[in-house]
Design a protein around this ligand. Structure first.
Ligand code: SF4
Length: 463
């Protein structure tokens, strides 16, 4: 499907009593599957050593054998990964587990280190040999090369050299460590229940173990979990916080809380905000399932236009359907979304989706709705127009590929065959989240919160 993609999700568990940690990691990782479907893996403490198992594939296909095995342990970490085209290599699957001068370390990372090219070049000159193309590996190289004797002095030194987004879990000796970058781009939560401490990307992962006592790991905070309990340290502080607003619009699971805010409530607010500024008359509001569900509901509740499901989603249609030719791309959409004819026949339809990238999927969906008898189709997006790439862990295409850099909403409507297209204005989006000044909106307005390598992405060339 034509949408922006996430890079990763992470989980870490520390248990005061030995328990079946691989199995315990399986469930929260499964709940984070939406954050990455291309590889999955875990590292756990096995007697005195670390054991790692990872592979390309979903959590179910890679890790389900752990549901029938018992591995008593007290700590482990896990990871799910999405990769960009060409980058789906086994070597890039996580956790990355190394043995170095400090002993064994395993690391799982959600985000994107925006100065990775510079760091990689420097390390290469110093003779580093890389086993992957992942920016996560750089952290481990830097840690093993640090001259600081104390592990925490070493890690604090390394973290100060990193720019961009990093929510991480790290396993070392008898410790589980959670780290969130100073600007807080990606969410990270820590919770406890009956001797178990869990660190995870979203609260839906904590829910799998019924952990109800939790809090957000703060930007620039490192939490260290040992048998003695949980310790918190600040490794850096930033005057600016830049939580990714796209997590709230689309990526995070709607039943999660991230940045101390409810995802599905904020999504409904975005739909309601769209309805407030919209003037079109319609008979029906439908979502593009599942990404548009809550915004469509919010739109309907605010406008009074009835809500229904005009499209049924086939949950078994995976990425394998995506093919490079136009007709096959259309078929991929048809395999995934089926119009509900009786609901749509003769209706003026408002179709709500989260964002518009290239417009190719929307064109096919609009065609499907018209073939099913809709008399009008108005596309409404619960995000502003996408103009800029992301350097912080989200796969937004280059400026050239983003339709909003070439066409106005009216021109997009003409291209996709809709009667009208409208985006949520950025100032309205800011009203839909709490503490809007603590969010990043760079892919909409180009206001990057840290220095980014614009030239290499062709951004300057394209204006
Ligand atoms: S640029 Fe966009 S997708 Fe990337 S972190 Fe900022 S808001 Fe999120």
């Amino acid at each position: 499907m034509d949408s922006v993609k996430h890079y990763c999700g992470v989980v870490g568990i520390f248990s005061q009593e030995k328990s079946n940690i691989p199995e315990q990691l399986y469930f929260p990782l499964f709940s984070l599957q939406h954050r990455g479907q291309e590889s999955a893996g875990i590292t756990y403490v096995k007697e005195e050593r670390f054991a790692t198992f990872k592979d390309l594939g979903s959590v179910g296909s890679v890790l389900s054998h752990y549901l029938n095995e018992e591995h008593l342990s007290y700590a482990g970490i896990g990871h799910v990964r999405y990769s960009t085209a060409g980058g789906n290599l086994w070597d890039n699957a996580q956790p990355i587990h190394i043995t170095c001068n400090r002993g064994e370390i395993a690391l799982a990372h959600n985000g994107n280190i925006s100065n990775a090219d510079k760091l990689r070049e420097r390390l290469s000159h110093e003779g580093a040999i890389f086993q992957s193309t992942s920016d996560t590996e750089l952290v481990l190289h830097m840690l093993s090369r640090s001259r600081k004797i104390d592990f925490f002095d070493g890690i604090t030194e390394v973290l100060k050299h990193l720019e961009g987004a990093f929510s991480m879990v790290l396993l070392h000796r008898d410790m589980l460590i959670g780290i969130r970058d100073p600007l807080g781009f990606r969410p990270l939560y820590i919770g406890q229940k009956e001797g178990m401490t869990m660190i995870a990307s979203e609260t839906c992962a904590l829910d799998t173990h019924e952990i109800t006592e939790y809090r957000s790991v703060e930007p620039g905070e490192m939490v260290i979990v040992t048998k003695e309990g949980v310790r918190s340290e600040r490794f850096n502080s930033s005057p600016r916080i830049a939580q990714c607003v796209f997590e709230m619009i689309y990526f995070a699971r709607p039943d999660s809380e991230i940045y101390n805010q409810s995802v599905h409530i904020n999504r409904k607010k975005m739909g309601a905000a769209l309805a407030k500024v919209d003037t079109v008359e319609a008979d029906l509001v439908i979502p593009v399932p599942d990404s548009g569900n809550f915004a469509a509901l919010g739109y309907s509740q605010e406008s009074g236009v009835p809500f229904d499901f005009g499209l049924t989603r086939n949950h078994f249609a995976g990425r394998s359907f995506i093919q490079p030719t136009k007709s096959k791309r259309e078929m991929a959409v048809k395999m995934k979304l089926h119009p509900n004819k009786e609901t749509l026949k003769g209706k003026r339809v408002i179709m709500v989706d989260d964002s518009l990238v290239r417009g190719t999927t929307s064109r096919t969906i609009v065609k499907l709705l018209r073939q099913a008898g809709a008399s009008e189709v108005h596309l409404r997006l619960s995000s502003p127009e996408l103009h800029w790439p992301c350097f912080f862990g989200i796969d937004v295409p280059t400026r050239d590929e983003l339709i909003s850099n070439h066409k106005t909403p009216d021109e997009i409507a003409e291209m996709i065959g809709a009667d009208s297209v409208m985006f949520l204005p950025i100032e309205e989006l800011e009203h839909c989240v709490e503490e809007p000044n603590k969010f990043c909106y760079a892919c909409f307005n180009g206001d990057y919160p840290v220095h980014v390598p614009l030239k290499s992405e062709g951004v300057l060339k394209n204006g």
